[in-house]
Design a protein around this ligand. Structure first.
Ligand code: AMP
Length: 200
């Protein structure tokens, strides 16, 4: 099964993908995670994208398409994958159609107020990537991941200014993909207001 998870930042795509990847035995590909790993490693890609990501803007289509094309060319994702955070523009969706078929696009439907509440309290483990939340799911020991003992931090792009920017960009550049995929008969809407534990 080849799936795309589509939705605004903070909709719960990544959290649901971590669960779905085990159930469906489909590798989870998050372009955001790939960029963050590149930044942490200080690779040329990481150096190139750090300021863009911290500001909540989109990395250019050329770089993102090439990275995803390369990842989808690997053997483990020949029959199944969950793409989380790609495509984010019509140009990316058109490029994707040229190098992979997609079975279904899951559209995470959630209002801005919920997104802002989730992102402003989100805490991420630097080591295992698990998402905690200051109010809804706080770690037992402040600053320490209860899953792996790693350090917990607030993503630079979860700060208020960057969140606003990301939502604006989502509306302008990513939301048109809802109509694009609905027209192709590929879209399934889910109500992403409940916490992920209540969905899957
Ligand atoms: P995410 O973890 O999916 O919220 O992605 C974090 C950041 O990585 C985004 O705000 C963008 O700056 C960048 N990014 C991730 N995926 C894409 C994409 N498909 N196109 C452009 N930029 C992306």
């Amino acid at each position: 099964m080849k799936l795309v998870f589509l939705g605004p930042p903070g909709a719960g795509k990544g959290t649901l993908a971590v669960k779905a990847t085990v159930l469906l035995k489909a590798p989870h590909i998050s372009t955001g995670n790939i960029f963050r790993e590149a930044i942490a490693a200080g690779s040329p890609l990481g150096v190139k994208v750090k300021a863009i990501i911290d500001a909540g803007k989109l990395v250019d289509d050329g770089t993102t398409i090439e990275l995803t094309r390369e990842r989808l060319g690997q053997g483990d994702v020949k029959d199944s994958f969950i793409l989380d955070g790609f495509p984010r523009t019509i140009a990316q969706a058109e490029a994707l159609a040229g190098f992979s078929n997609i079975d279904r696009v899951i559209n995470f439907d959630v209002p801005d107020s919920v997104v802002i509440e989730r992102l402003s309290g989100r805490l991420v483990c630097r080591k295992c990537g698990f998402n905690w939340h200051k109010t809804f799911n706080p770690p037992e020991k402040a600053g320490v991941c209860g899953k792996c003992g790693g350090e917990i931090y607030t993503r630079e792009d979860d700060r208020a200014e960057a969140v606003k920017k990301r939502l604006d960009i989502y509306r302008e550049q990513t939301a048109p993909l809802i109509g694009y995929y609905r027209e192709k008969g590929l879209l399934t809407d889910i109500d992403a207001r409940p916490q992920v534990d209540a969905i899957l």
